[in-house]
Design a protein around this ligand. Structure first.
Ligand SMILES: [Zn+2]
Length: 221
């Protein structure tokens, strides 16, 4: 199996995680992956339902979002994904959702504060808010990159819109999207019954360092 086919299959399979984790409705949401060593990405086509997704109908574009391979139109969010790959060379996966709780924070333009050890672990601090941006040019991609470059978080809440996450792999970006929705929900509930307690910066730093450097490494044989 060629590398490109393998990536098409991975991206198709990862899309199943979005409805499975209640992150999307209808055709909203998408996962993409960088094709290593080439200025290409694999993404979901526009307007395809989650039941119809297959490795074969995933599309390949260049890092300007132009269609390179595929019989469908690329997702309308492709330009934003492409901009991220172009400007963040360590990123190999991008996910976009309008998951309910995280998007409710985005609607208020409010970052999710670091009030859970899980937020410190996965996001290294608050989950930041990115600027309001309209689809159609570079502005969504630019807003994502500028916000993420000044935070440890692999997730950004784009104001009045939804969530974009990044990862070393497409699977890591999906994980960040699932975690982002989960903590958005928990902190929302905490707010309804009281005032969440912030975690000290030194503790955030040590939780983040431990999780990123120790937890999840390959087991020693
Ligand atoms: Zn969107």
């Amino acid at each position: 199996m060629s590398l490109l086919h393998e990536i098409r299959q991975t991206v198709a399979d990862l899309h199943a995680e979005l409805p499975r984790n209640d992150l999307v409705v209808w055709t909203a949401g998408n996962v993409s992956a960088r094709v290593p060593g080439e200025d290409l990405l694999v993404i979901k086509p526009s307007g395809i339902s989650y039941d119809e997704i297959s490795a074969e109908n995933m599309v390949v574009t260049d890092l300007d979002g132009n269609l390179v391979e595929g019989s469908h139109k690329p997702s309308s969010d492709t330009a934003a994904h492409a901009y991220v790959y172009k400007h963040m060379p360590h990123v190999n996966g991008v996910v976009h959702t309008h998951s309910t709780y995280a998007t409710a924070w985005a609607a208020r333009g409010e970052p999710i504060p670091c009030v859970l050890t899980m937020i410190a672990d996965e996001f290294g601090g608050e989950i930041p808010v990115g600027p309001f941006a309209l689809i159609g040019d570079d502005s969504i991609g630019r807003g994502i990159v500028e916000t993420l470059q000044s935070h440890r978080s692999p997730a950004v809440l784009m104001r009045n819109h939804g969530v974009f996450t990044i990862g070393k792999s497409a699977k890591d970006a999906v994980k960040a999207a699932v975690m982002c929705e989960d903590v958005a929900r928990t902190v929302h509930i905490a707010r309804q019954i009281g005032v969440p307690i912030p975690i000290e910066q030194a503790d955030i730093d040590s939780l983040y360092a431990r999780y990123q450097n120790v937890y999840g490494q390959e087991p020693v044989a």
